[in-house]
Design a protein around this ligand. Structure first.
Ligand SMILES: NC(=O)c1ccc[n+]([C@@H]2O[C@H](COP(=O)([O-])OP(=O)(O)OC[C@H]3O[C@@H](n4cnc5c(N)ncnc54)[C@H](OP(=O)(O)O)[C@@H]3O)[C@@H](O)[C@H]2O)c1
Length: 226
């Protein structure tokens, strides 16, 4: 599997009780400046960033690298200033008025035939990849074939669940934030909709850094079944 797709790193922040926002329709409000800096640093290592449609609707924008040193390092590595941004939306229901469409980013859409109807070429996304079903392995193989070796997955939880279902995550960068969110009516979880088939991945702790209020944890996922 691995040779046929990029190296995939999920980067997200969660509460101590496993939630990534207090309300599914809103962006999280618990992240510190230090966590944003961490997110930007990890995102700067990637050639592309993949994000779920609900996350885009909640944020209105995607991540845009701003740190001059990170931008300089990308130039030295021969990378474009900003990673490619890929939005996953089966429905294609995204408002063209979102500030996202005015950010200086290269935008691609992964969608279905019905979702693609609203997004003809040149109407917000530089490329639209259409497939009747999700078929994540085929999309990732195509991405790899185009030279994408390092890709970040920014969530939300339903998108991460789809990547886990396809055994298509190699690392998790989890920020553990000092907040409890499960008491809210509809707090989204960090991973949703994943059903174990065979054995779950083995997790190996690669890094554990203590920030001023958060823990920054990096795990490797090993999908080889024992
Ligand atoms: N704390 C953090 O680090 C963090 C990070 C990211 C997001 N969030 C929060 O997470 C929440 C959103 O997460 P979420 O889990 O509800 O949604 P999500 O994963 O962002 O997006 C789900 C949507 O992505 C598309 N999608 C995902 N998997 C798909 C698949 N297999 N096939 C086709 N389309 C697929 C669908 O779009 P359509 O509905 O358009 O078909 C689906 O509704 C928001 O509250 C956001 O603020 C927090």
């Amino acid at each position: 599997m691995k040779a046929s797709r990029p190296h995939l790193v999920a980067i997200f922040a969660q509460s101590l009780d496993g939630k990534i926002a207090s309300d599914r329709l809103q962006r999280p409000s618990f992240g510190s400046r230090e966590d944003y800096r961490h997110l930007e640093t990890q995102a700067a290592q990637q050639q592309a960033l993949i994000m779920g449609a609900a996350t885009l609707r909640a944020y209105g924008t995607s991540l845009r690298l701003r740190d001059p040193e990170l931008l300089r390092q990308r130039v030295v590595q021969g990378l474009p200033p900003q990673p490619l941004t890929i939005i996953c939306s089966a429905s294609g229901e995204l408002s063209p008025d979102l500030p996202f469409f005015r950010q200086p980013l290269t935008r691609w859409l992964w969608t279905t035939p019905s979702g693609a109807g609203a997004w003809p070429r040149g109407s917000g996304f530089e490329e639209v990849w259409v497939a009747p079903d999700w078929d994540l392995p085929a999309r990732l193989l195509r991405l790899k074939t185009l030279g994408f070796d390092r890709v970040g997955v920014l969530g939300g939880g339903r998108l991460l669940g789809a990547f886990l279902q396809a055994q298509a995550l190699d690392e998790l960068w989890v920020t553990l934030a000092p907040v409890l969110l499960s008491g809210y009516p509809d707090p989204p979880a960090s991973i949703e909709g994943w059903q174990v088939e065979g054995s779950p991945p083995q997790l190996e702790l690669l890094e554990c850094r203590q920030g001023s209020v958060e823990l920054f944890l990096r795990y490797r996922l090993d999908w080889r079944n024992p």
